[in-house]
Design a protein around this ligand. Structure first.
Ligand SMILES: [Zn+2]
Length: 422
């Protein structure tokens, strides 16, 4: 009896304190993170809870104002060093009628996309603000992002190319000599680090490094050209990665990743293609969930319906694309076997969103297990990264040597080889 009474008294005290705590506290703005991409800059505020907010832009000078009810900044919000392109500065203070006002000073007028995101496996509550460049997307490359792996032909879509300039070779209309185009996608990026190794290696850094090497190796091959989907440390939503590959008229899409598992002994590479009817194993399904969660971490998918409808309509062409994907994947797997351990001897199938292009053969390479200490060390090693890139490029080259798309230089070369052999 006494116990119940004291419990009731305690509860009454707690209940009395809750409104006081809420009024005094509100939500803490803990940290600001910034990810500049070529055509937008993502600003993420980590918060102790969800907030109600209003966001609007003001010109002269251009700035974005975020008013948050019941919140305070608990540690200085520092703008990261370096050229963030759109974001020039950040200020904050208490609003006249109470609440918090944060101001982002921006370089010129921007469009704003925003969302309040709940906790996931990496982060807690986040207020996400995308500053979208209204200038054309051919703006200057990001500071410190080497673009040397890419040939100048990439600029062919840019308005800077005057009508009098000769068309770059790779884009010459079907005169039978175009390059085979390989889209190389470095998994994750920006506020989506991917998996993390025991020594703190982040998957997004490893994938970018291997992807750059792979693109460079492909560009050395006659009749082949690589397009890097992600060129720096920023996030691109999964379906946008596919769109970028399509814009570049890619003949193949290769997504680079590093695997993870709770058992650190597990190791080796795997190569995946899209499965139309469920993953080939429970582990594959688990992995697909992990990789697809990228969009929940980094991306707010805005007009997904259209893409989904398209992929339903193009189901038939997808079957052909998957057959081609299995073929390439098998060749890449054979080459990877010579570099290190192979985890799965067969090509794996899983429902990775990023592989869902209905018309472009697509493969996903899990280069090694970042959660295996030996493999984590290898993944950081430039020589090993190069060996992985070379193996993948060799597998891709072998595939296109046998199956060159019509109208390509590789098709022409194959034709003359066959004639010579006759
Ligand atoms: Zn990954």
């Amino acid at each position: 009896m006494r116990n119940i009474k004291s419990l009731m008294r305690f509860l009454a005290l707690v209940l009395a304190l809750i409104p006081a705590l809420a009024a005094a506290g509100g939500v803490d703005v803990e940290r600001m993170r910034v990810w500049p991409a070529p055509d937008n800059t993502r600003v993420v505020f980590d918060m102790s809870g969800p907030v109600k907010y209003q966001i609007f832009t003001i010109p002269n000078p251009d700035r974005v104002v975020i008013d948050v009810d019941q919140a305070q900044v608990i540690a200085p919000l520092n703008k990261p060093d370096g050229d963030l392109r759109l974001l020039k500065g950040v200020r904050w203070g208490e609003r006249a009628g109470g609440g918090l006002r944060m101001v982002l000073d921006v370089a010129h007028s921007v469009q704003v996309r925003t969302a309040m995101l709940g906790p996931n496996r990496q982060y807690g509550h986040r207020l996400l603000v995308d500053l979208v460049d209204q200038a054309p997307a051919d703006a200057a490359p990001l500071a410190g992002t080497p673009l040397k792996a890419e040939p100048p032909t990439l600029a062919s879509n840019a308005p800077s190319l005057s009508p009098s300039s000769p068309a770059p070779a790779a884009f010459r209309a079907d005169d039978g000599s175009r390059d085979v185009v390989v889209a190389v996608d470095a998994g994750h990026g920006g506020d989506d680090p991917g998996a993390t190794g025991g020594n703190g290696t982040q998957e997004k850094d490893i994938t970018l490094s291997i992807a750059r090497r792979l693109a460079a190796v492909i560009n050395q091959q006659k009749g082949m050209r690589a397009v890097l989907i992600r060129k720096g440390d920023y996030f691109i939503p999964l379906r946008e990665r596919m769109e970028k590959a399509r814009e570049q008229k890619a003949d193949l899409f290769v997504s680079i990743h590093a695997d993870s598992y709770r058992d650190p002994r597990i190791r080796g590479s795997s190569v995946y293609v899209l499965s139309q009817r469920g993953a080939s194993s429970e582990a594959a399904r688990w992995l697909a969930d992990q990789e697809n969660a990228s969009d929940l971490v980094g991306g707010v998918t805005l007009d997904d319906k259209d893409a989904q409808l398209k992929s339903v309509l193009l189901d038939l062409s997808q079957t052909a694309a998957i057959e081609a994907s299995v073929n390439v994947a098998g060749k890449v797997l054979t080459e990877l076997d010579d570099v290190g351990n192979v985890h799965h001897r067969e090509v794996q199938r899983a429902g990775f969103v990023v592989l869902k292009s209905p018309d472009i053969p697509s493969i996903l390479v899990e280069t090694a297990y970042i959660t295996n200490p030996q493999e984590e060390k290898k993944l950081r090693n430039p020589a090993h990264q190069q060996a992985l890139a070379q193996a993948i490029a060799q597998g891709v080259h072998d595939y296109f040597e046998d199956n060159p798309p019509p109208g390509t230089l590789m098709a022409q070369l194959r034709q003359s080889r066959m004639t010579a052999a006759r």
